[in-house]
Design a protein around this ligand. Structure first.
Ligand code: NAD
Length: 277
């Protein structure tokens, strides 16, 4: 993997020490593989759920799988977490007390959990992104601009497809893309989001932003944003084939974040993606 843009000085004497939270999950595995490609960051600790059957196993030289966030985060510079909302908040509280930077891609957080995450980010630097793929973040940028340029004459409908084991719906990325439509239109998602249609639903409300969820197989994630006009339709799509790009994006974000001042940092800052003038 290229180290360009990692954000860590190449001359750093000792690598940034990373704790992987959810280390034996699908994304945890991908993050550990991505860390192996980047000499500027190193796996220093690995956290899993209490009762995980592999606790105590050595995942890398000197790194045993543990279930104690305090012990795991001690001596780490940054955590990379893809787990469950409650696990993310529990580890984040410990990271805030220990002064450890935190990168998390866990989706499905409640409004209260998002509020607590933002409050904890006043004590440490935090990035919480629904999607760490550079291409998906470019898609969000394009979606916002398309919504802004197309205006009210085009209805916005989103489709997302994920593997059968995914717990939350719609995906955090679909919600992020729907929010991008709202941002482009100068409205709010809360006012216009439509998640379900069944029975006598009547005409489509003006300004609605629809999301349809599909689940099946082992698909790592597909998102299609459609702007449906009169006699024409614009479609913007992203399809993941592996999880590697999510993991590489999270590792890049961790290298960028370690050592920065406290605050909740948008992933757009890491990628240099800002609204078009
Ligand atoms: P997974 O179920 O394969 O992995 C989650 C892991 O977290 C499991 O190994 C589980 O045992 C572990 N875990 C549970 N409780 C824990 C605790 N208290 N402490 C430590 N670990 C604990 O799920 P996954 O497919 O890897 O996805 C994880 C999350 O990441 C989901 O919310 C998913 O939507 C999200 N995700 C985000 C991105 C992104 O780019 N932001 C990409 C893919 C997945």
């Amino acid at each position: 993997m290229s180290t360009e843009g990692i954000g860590v000085p190449l001359s750093a004497a000792s690598p940034v020490r990373v704790c992987v939270v959810g280390a034996r999950g699908r994304m945890g595995e991908a993050v550990r593989a991505a860390l192996d490609e980047v000499p500027e960051l190193t796996l220093a600790a690995a956290l899993e759920a209490a009762g995980h059957p592999e606790l105590g196993n050595e995942l890398a030289p000197g790194v045993r799988l543990g279930d104690d966030p305090k012990a795991a985060l001690a001596g780490c510079d940054v955590a990379i977490d893809f787990s469950l909302p409650a696990a993310t908040l529990a580890s984040l509280r410990v990271a805030a007390a220990a002064g450890v930077a935190y990168v998390t891609g866990t989706t499905g957080l409640s409004a209260d959990e998002r509020d607590e995450l933002a409050a904890l980010a006043q004590r440490i630097p935090v990035i919480h992104a629904a999607n760490f793929s550079t291409a998906v973040n470019v898609l969000a940028w394009l979606t916002r601009e398309a919504a802004r340029l197309l205006g009210a004459g085009f209805d916005a409908e989103l489709l997302e497809l994920h593997h059968a084991a995914k717990r939350d719906a719609p995906s955090g990325t679909a919600l992020r893309l729907a929010a991008a439509v709202a941002e482009g239109r100068g409205t709010t998602l809360e006012e216009h989001l439509v998640l379900e249609r069944a029975g006598e639903i009547g005409a489509r409300p003006a300004g609605a932003i629809g999301i349809q969820t599909l689940r099946g197989g082992d698909n790592p994630g597909e998102h299609v944003v459609q702007f449906v006009g009169t006699g024409e339709r614009l479609e913007l799509a992203h399809r993941s084939i592996t999880r590697d790009h999510f993991a590489r994006g999270a590792v890049r974000a961790a290298g960028w974040l370690a050592g920065r001042p406290p605050g909740l940092v948008p992933i757009e800052d890491v990628l240099g993606l800002h609204p078009a003038a």
